[in-house]
Design a protein around this ligand. Structure first.
Ligand SMILES: NC(=O)c1ccc[n+]([C@@H]2O[C@H](COP(=O)([O-])OP(=O)(O)OC[C@H]3O[C@@H](n4cnc5c(N)ncnc54)[C@H](OP(=O)(O)O)[C@@H]3O)[C@@H](O)[C@H]2O)c1
Length: 341
C-alpha cells in the first residue's frame, strides 16, 4: 500500500485536532506526518498513531516532500502558505474561505462533485461547514427533481468559531448560573443562554458573509448557478453540531415518502424521521459521528412543490476535517495522486 507524507497546518486548533483523529480512525496511509501551527505552539508535542510529534512554526520550508497539506489555520495563513505548499508539489486541501470561490480552485464535497478534484492546480477548497451538510442532504434529491429555490435557517454551534469559543461558552454558562456578569470576547454579545444572528461580517446587501457563502458555495458545488438560495445563519449555545431548517422548492412535486426513500440510499446520509417516537436529528447525537442526519421531512404547506426538512451534522467532522480527508482518500482511490516517497 502506498503511503503519503502529510502536513497539518493549524494542528493545535479545533479542526487540526480533529484532522489527527480522523486520519487515525480511517487508517489514512501516512508515511511522514508533520504538524504546524504558529510560533505560540511551536515545541508542543502531539501524538499521531501513538507517535509523539513536535509542532513546528509554519514557514516556507515546511512543505518539502509533502504529498498532502491539510490547512486549517485561517484564511490569512492559507493565502500566505497554500501557494508555497503547492509550488513544493503538495496538494493543498484548505479549510478556510481563502480560495473557495476562485475559478481555478475546485470546491469539493465527495458525495456531490468528486470529479472536480481532478482539475485542481495544487489547491482544493473544503466548503463552509453549513454548506457541506446541506448539499450532502439536497444533492441526491436535486438529481431526481431539480431544485429551484432553497431557504435555510441555521443553528450553528460555537465550535464553528474554534477553541476560544468553546471556552467562552463554558465560562459564560458558569458565570450566568452563578449569578455573575459575563464579558464577551469572541462574540459581540453573550452567547450563553442566548442566540446571535451574526456569523462572520455583515455585507452591504444585509446578509452576513456566512449566509452569502451558503448561496455562492451551494451553486458552485452543485454546478447549479441558477438555484435561488437565501440563508439566515444563527450562532446558538451548542458546543458541537450545526442544525438547519431547510425549505426546498423542486421543479415538480416530491412527496416526503419519495424524499425519505432517496435519502435512505444516499451516501453519507442517515434518515432519522419518526415523529411518533420523537425521532429526529439532534446536534447532541450527531457530535462525534460522520453522517449528515435528516428528519422532520414534510410537505411545505406554502408551496405545492415544496419540502421542509431538518438537517444536522458534526461541523468539525463532516463540516471540516472528515470532508477534507475524504477528498484526499478520493484522490488516492482514483490514482490522481502518487506519493513522493
Ligand atoms: N471549526 C469549524 O467548524 C470549522 C469548519 C470549517 C472550517 N473551519 C476553518 O478552519 C480554520 C481553523 O479553525 P479552528 O476552528 O480549528 O480554529 P482554532 O481552534 O482557533 O485553531 C486555529 C489554528 O490555527 C493556527 N494558527 C493561528 N495563527 C497561525 C499562524 N500565524 N501560523 C500558523 N498557524 C496558525 C493555530 O495555532 P496556534 O496554536 O499556534 O495558535 C491553531 O492551530 C479556520 O479557517 C476556520 O474558518 C473551521
Amino acid at each position: 500500500m502506498k503511503a503519503f507524507n502529510v502536513a497539518i497546518v493549524g494542528a493545535t486548533g479545533m479542526v487540526g485536532q480533529e484532522f489527527i483523529k480522523v486520519l487515525e480512525q480511517r487508517s489514512f496511509p501516512m508515511a511522514d506526518v508533520r504538524l504546524y501551527a504558529s510560533d505560540r505552539s511551536a515545541g508542543r508535542k502531539l501524538f499521531v498513531n501513538h507517535k509523539e510529534i513536535e509542532v513546528k512554526e509554519t514557514d516556507n520550508d515546511s512543505f518539502e516532500r509533502i504529498d498532502v497539506a491539510l490547512f486549517s489555520a485561517g484564511a490569512d495563513i492559507s493565502r500566505q502558505f497554500s501557494p508555497v505548499a503547492a509550488r513544493a508539489g503538495a496538494v493543498v486541501i484548505d479549510n478556510s474561505a481563502a480560495w473557495r470561490m476562485e475559478a481555478d480552485v475546485p470546491l469539493v464535497v465527495p458525495e456531490v462533485n468528486p470529479e472536480d478534484i481532478k482539475w485542481h492546480k495544487g489547491i482544493i477548497a473544503n466548503p463552509n461547514c453549513s454548506t457541506i451538510q446541506m448539499v450532502v442532504a439536497l444533492y441526491p434529491l436535486h438529481k431526481v427533481n431539480p431544485i429551484k429555490r432553497i431557504v435555510v435557517d441555521t443553528y450553528q454551534s460555537v465550535s464553528g468559531t474554534g477553541l476560544a469559543a468553546i471556552d467562552e461558552l463554558t465560562t459564560q454558562a458558569k458565570q450566568v448560573l452563578g449569578g455573575g456578569a459575563t464579558v464577551p470576547h469572541v462574540y459581540p454579545h453573550q452567547i450563553a443562554f442566548n442566540l446571535l444572528p451574526e456569523i462572520d461580517v455583515f455585507l452591504d446587501n444585509g446578509y452576513t458573509k456566512e449566509e452569502w457563502k451558503m448561496v455562492m458555495e451551494t451553486r458552485k458545488i452543485m454546478h447549479a448557478p441558477d438555484i435561488a438560495v437565501s440563508a439566515t445563519c444563527v450562532r446558538v449555545p451548542v458546543f458541537i453540531g450545526h442544525s438547519e431548517a431547510v425549505t426546498v422548492e423542486f421543479s415538480e412535486l416530491m412527496t416526503p415518502e419519495e424524499a425519505r426513500g432517496i435519502l435512505a440510499q444516499s451516501p453519507g446520509v442517515k434518515v432519522l424521521d419518526d415523529t411518533s417516537v420523537s425521532l429526529y436529528p439532534q446536534p447532541w447525537i450527531a457530535a462525534g459521528t460522520d453522517d449528515v442526519y435528516v428528519g422532520r421531512i414534510r410537505q411545505d404547506f406554502s408551496h405545492p412543490n415544496g419540502l421542509v426538512m431538518w438537517v444536522v451534522a458534526d461541523n468539525i467532522r463532516k463540516g471540516a476535517a472528515l470532508n477534507a480527508v475524504q477528498i484526499a482518500e478520493e484522490m488516492i482511490k482514483r490514482e490522481w495522486i502518487s506519493p513522493k516517497g
